[in-house]
Design a protein around this ligand. Structure first.
Ligand SMILES: O=P(O)(O)OC[C@H]1O[C@H](O)[C@H](O)[C@@H](O)[C@@H]1O
Length: 275
């Protein structure tokens, strides 16, 4: 699996007994790559992605917490994706990392918290579990997402499962109703609230991949399209991915000592002959 611009000494490849592969880095609590047993790889990582203090990795699965995008006063997408996490546990196909508040996070968001990401690859499935715990004495509000970048292997790839649902334009334009099959490579930045059913990426080259989630009631679909101006996405590289982001977009209160859990399952099972 290519991990190009990111220093390979900071990444770890974890292979399950049945051959599924997970590539991770503690920076951002970030899953960089996932290859179901028998392949092919399904997560996109920018060839110019960077990793390190203050940087957000472009690709894989950025952890968004406690604020989605610019929906609030905090830095875009919050405070979790661009700082060092601590690895709690890792092994054959699984990995768990934790982020806790410190003086730097409290300077931006004045709350005590613990965030844990667990990733488990097995067979054709990747399970991701994000847990947020309020370790403060006061309640706080948060939004969250697992901002998953999927590799797109064919220009005819479509996203199904969101047909007919109202999609808010994240750029502030009028809402649109999505078609039954949405082209993955169309320029798009939409939020679909209450989209709790499975969403399928139907890629003629790579095969189908089904995204399901619990605790994340909303979905964001993003492809920046040509002329995006993103410094860490080379021109044309936007034709290699689409983000389907299980999200919790409505600010949610968590009381002292309380725990919220969101899970995401990526299933490429229809590809495997032995699944
Ligand atoms: O460039 P980033 O800060 O990583 O954000 C990337 C994208 O994230 C989400 O998909 C938002 O809906 C988009 O509006 C945003 O452009």
């Amino acid at each position: 699996m290519p991990i190009m611009a990111i220093d390979p000494s900071t990444t770890h490849t974890l292979t399950s007994p049945d051959g599924a592969e997970l590539v991770v880095t503690a920076h951002g609590g970030h899953v960089l790559g996932w290859t179901p047993a028998g392949g092919p790889a399904r997560l996109w990582l920018s060839p110019t992605a960077e990793s390190g203090p203050g940087l957000a990795v472009r690709g894989g699965v950025p952890v968004i917490f406690p604020q989605f995008a610019g929906r609030g006063p905090l830095p875009k997408h919050g405070i979790a994706r661009n700082r060092a996490w601590v690895v709690v546990e890792s092994g054959a196909g699984f990995w768990e990392a934790r982020l806790e508040d410190d003086e730097n996070t409290r300077a931006i968001w004045p709350h005590a918290f613990e965030l844990v990401l667990r990733a488990q690859a097995s067979g054709a499935v990747l399970d991701l579990t994000l847990t947020a715990r309020n370790t403060d004495t006061q309640p706080w509000n948060f939004t969250a997402a697992l901002h998953t970048y999927f590799t797109v292997g064919d220009s005819d790839t479509v996203i199904t499962g969101l047909g007919g649902q109202a999609a808010a334009d994240n750029a502030g334009g009028p809402p649109v109703a999505l078609d039954d099959a949405v082209l993955a490579l169309g320029t798009r930045d939409v939020a679909i609230e209450g989209a709790s059913g499975p969403v399928t990426l139907e890629d003629p080259q790579l095969g189908p991949l089904v995204v399901t989630a619990n605790g994340f009631p909303d979905r964001v679909v993003w492809n920046p399209g040509p002329g995006h101006g993103l410094g860490d996405v080379p021109p044309g590289a936007e034709r290699g991915f689409v983000c389907i982001e299980p999200a919790l977009l409505q600010p949610t209160e968590l009381g002292p000592g309380s725990v919220w859990t969101g899970t995401v399952r990526l299933d490429a099972g229809a590809l495997s002959t032995d699944a």
